[in-house]
Write a protein that binds this ligand. Structure first.
Ligand code: FCB
Length: 486
């Protein structure tokens, strides 16, 4: 995810942890280990284009991210997912790392262009074989595979025919889901249809900061609806193939007005609508919010709803994956770079410069995460939640001895897990936590300069080194396992 920001100085800016906040990672780990329920799942996440590399191996087709990254000016220094972490060839080593960490689960995505190089037709056996090896390796190591079908790498051939702006792509997605299920549903129990359709739709087609790099509100709104139709069709395809647990992973980014003005509070309403309610209302309540439809209409954009789409999209699911990093802090006005992801384009994202932020300038706000989890429990009751992504980019320093003491990332993760613990004790149904990311990887438009891994990757040698944050996370998981036994 990449966000534009306008720098403002806030008089009420926060700095660092709250005065009464416990921040000692050892204390936070002990609390989480002792108090989270025995069945709580500990995992780490990646996505295909960000880690696999091997972009032409074994018949893989081109994806929109290959095209976008090779277009001058779109990514940091023109970097791409080639070779990323070469996970395609090093998956066995990576599974060993996960086993050493003690992970219960690994969340990864399947590259659609490996399975269907041109987005349609029979499955490419070599593509399936890679995920067979990965899944078998995970199961042999006692790690539960959590599979995401779509993490943004649409086959370029489908984009050439209009991509998600065309309804046909949703049907192609259902076919692809069926092929993957036929191959892996005998071993994979947890299926996420897609990751962050908000990013795919609005960063891909409104701000243009992500592939395919389009800037059109009309296209973005068509895309978001067809993604959700694709989700509904994929749920049906998966259900017809067995007992799989099916859900979707959403980036539910809370919006906060940057000041007390009415304009800022309306900007926050608009952003909240497009980021959170658009998705949860459609998926869990079977309708799109009226104010969001109105905001789209101001840009001449309309959701291309056909027949019973609302019912299709709201097909029952087993859980929601919640991806949380930071809030959006918003003001109204025109984005200076003409790259607002929000429709009709007059909500500007702002950051308080004196606040504690990550290397990407994202505010560190565990309390906002706490409020989000409580809100989900209150406003969308009855659906189990898994934290599918949470973590932070910081600039790592490798010591002379080869150690990476990333206390900033460790602190971020510890404070956010503590909030999950607190929510669970209050009765919020959060059942697991996946750290983003297992390994440093290709961070989309930011290239390799933004590192999110709990394992460091030297991209020149592909050498992996566990960071301090990874060691801490592993100790927490092992301590939790001890308490499960007692
Ligand atoms: C999320 C994406 C993930 C990663 C993190 C930092 O928006 O799902 O791929 O880039 O942000």
């Amino acid at each position: 995810m990449t966000l534009s920001s306008v720098q403002i100085m806030g008089e009420d800016a926060q700095s660092g942890a709250l005065a009464d906040e416990q921040t000692d990672p050892a204390v936070l780990a002990a609390r989480a280990a002792a108090e989270l329920p025995a069945r709580f799942v500990w995992g780490a996440a990646t996505s295909a284009y960000q880690v696999e590399g091997a972009v032409t191996a074994d018949g893989r087709g081109r994806s929109i991210w290959d095209t976008f990254a090779s277009t001058p000016g779109k990514t940091w220094r023109g970097e791409s997912g080639d070779p990323a972490c070469d996970h395609y060839h090093r998956h066995a080593e990576d599974v060993r790392l996960m086993a050493d960490l003690g992970l219960d689960a690994y969340r990864f995505s399947v590259a659609w262009p490996r399975i269907q190089p041109t987005g349609h037709g029979a499955a490419n056996p070599a593509g399936i074989a890679f995920y067979d090896r990965l899944v078998d390796g995970l199961l042999a190591a006692g790690i539960d595979p959590w599979l995401t079908l779509y993490h943004w790498d649409l086959p370029q051939a489908l984009q050439d025919r209009g991509g998600w702006a065309e309804r046909d792509t949703a049907y192609r997605f259902a076919d692809y889901a069926a092929l993957v299920a036929d191959a892996l549903a005998d071993r994979v129990r947890h299926w996420s249809t897609m990751n962050e359709p908000w990013c795919a739709a609005f960063e891909g087609n409104m701000s243009g900061r992500h592939a395919p790099g389009i800037q059109s509100p009309v296209t973005a709104v068509r895309v978001v609806h067809h993604l959700l139709v694709g989700h509904g069709l994929a749920v049906a395809a998966l259900r017809s193939r067995g007992e799989a647990q099916v859900g979707i992973s959403l980036n539910l980014i809370p919006a906060e007005p940057a000041d007390d003005s009415l304009a800022a509070s309306d900007a926050a309403r608009l952003v909240d609508g497009q980021q959170i309610r658009l998705f949860l209302d459609a998926l869990l309540r079977g309708r799109y919010p009226d104010d969001v439809i109105g905001d789209f209409a101001r840009a001449g954009a309309q959701l291309p709803i056909v027949g019973d789409d609302a019912v299709l999209i709201a097909a029952p699911i087993d859980w929601i994956g919640v991806n949380y990093y930071a809030p959006h802090i918003v003001l109204q006005g025109t984005d200076p770079r003409g790259m607002s992801p929000f429709i009709p384009g007059d909500a500007v994202l702002a950051v308080r410069t004196t606040e504690e932020v990550t290397a990407l300038g994202w505010p560190v706000r565990p309390r906002t995460f706490a409020a989000l989890l409580r809100r989900l429990h209150r406003e969308y009751p009855g659906i189990p939640l898994y934290v599918h992504e949470n973590g932070a980019a910081f600039h790592d320093v490798v010591s002379a001895g080869g150690e990476i003491d990333d206390s900033d990332r460790r602190g971020y993760i510890a404070r956010h897990i503590d909030v999950v613990r607190e929510a669970v004790l209050e009765g919020v149904d959060v059942r697991g936590y996946f750290a983003w990311s297992l390994v440093d990887n290709f961070e989309w438009a930011e290239g390799y300069r933004m590192r999110f891994g709990i394992v460091h990757v030297d991209f020149a040698t592909q050498h992996r080194t566990l960071k301090g944050s990874g060691r801490w996370y592993s100790q927490l998981i092992k301590a939790h396992r001890q308490t499960r036994r007692t």
